[in-house]
Write a new protein. Structure first.
Ligand code: ATP
Length: 231
């Protein structure tokens, strides 16, 4: 269980508070109006945004004071997931160790991850030599080699066309199921949430709401969500 316990986050005038428990292995969409604090919540879970109060617990480990790199978390953002001067294999290898050459076993892990995301044969290419979809796959390979329990996605596929985005979401769904990864995904598109998540965590008006089933919530949205969905 990922326990977001009595969180209180302040950023200038902005404030977000609430409690939510996320079951291990769940796939959860983080939804809410623009500026509601979706990215801020992911940053807090990853350790980049300090809490004013509250605790973040994972399987009874208290992560609250832990540095980002020491948390069992991998994260993908909308942009900037790849270094342009490094190859696909080097970018993926950064997930294991940014500072030194990889051991043969670690190189094997990179090779398996690159194959899993469908980029075998492209290990030596730089990001500029890949399509947008292939770049997303390379970023996902880096997440895979990290072998973390939690994956946080902040709209990483927003720049892709609808078909490619659907393909990437399906790949993420398969991979998190295979590895029993707990997924939190920020999305502006309710169809993304329906496609791969079973629960939604709504953030609105400074409050974090406990996760609720995706289809029920989107079919019968609470008032705070209705305006955002345009229903
Ligand atoms: N450095 C900052 N100082 C003060 N307020 C900030 C700062 N950065 C962001 N904010 C405010 O924090 C709030 C939450 O921002 P956040 O990016 O988490 O929202 P979001 O729900 O992810 O938005 P969007 O859907 O538009 O990406 C916003 O109202 C924003 O204006």
């Amino acid at each position: 269980m990922l326990r977001l316990n009595a969180l209180d986050i302040r950023k200038g005038e902005f404030r977000l508070s609430g409690t939510a428990d996320i079951k291990a292995g769940a796939r959860v969409a983080v939804i809410g109006p623009s500026g509601a604090g979706k990215s801020t919540l992911l940053e807090a879970i990853a350790g980049f945004q300090p809490l004013d109060s509250g605790k973040i617990l994972w399987r009874s480990d208290d992560l609250t004071a832990r540095a980002p790199g020491k948390r069992p978390i991998a994260m993908l953002f909308q942009d900037g997931n790849l270094f342009p001067h490094l190859t696909v294999a080097q970018n993926a290898g950064l997930g294991i160790n940014p500072n030194r050459k990889l051991t043969p076993d670690e190189m094997k892990t990179v090779e398996v991850a690159i194959s899993r995301v469908g980029l075998s044969g492209m290990e030596g290419r730089k990001p500029a030599e890949l399509s947008g979809g292939q770049q997303s796959r390379a970023a996902l390979a880096r997440v895979l080699v990290q072998q973390r329990d939690l994956l946080l996605l902040d709209e990483p596929f927003a720049a892709l066309g609808p078909a490619l985005k659907a393909e990437m979401l399906d790949l993420v769904k398969e991979i998190v199921a295979e590895r029993n990864i707990t997924l939190l995904m920020v999305s502006h598109d309710p169809d993304d949430a329906r496609r791969i998540t079973d629960e939604v965590l709504l953030i609105a008006e400074g409050k974090l709401h406990p996760p609720a089933p995706t289809a029920d919530t989107l079919d019968n949205p609470p008032a705070a969500l209705r305006e955002y969905l345009g229903t």
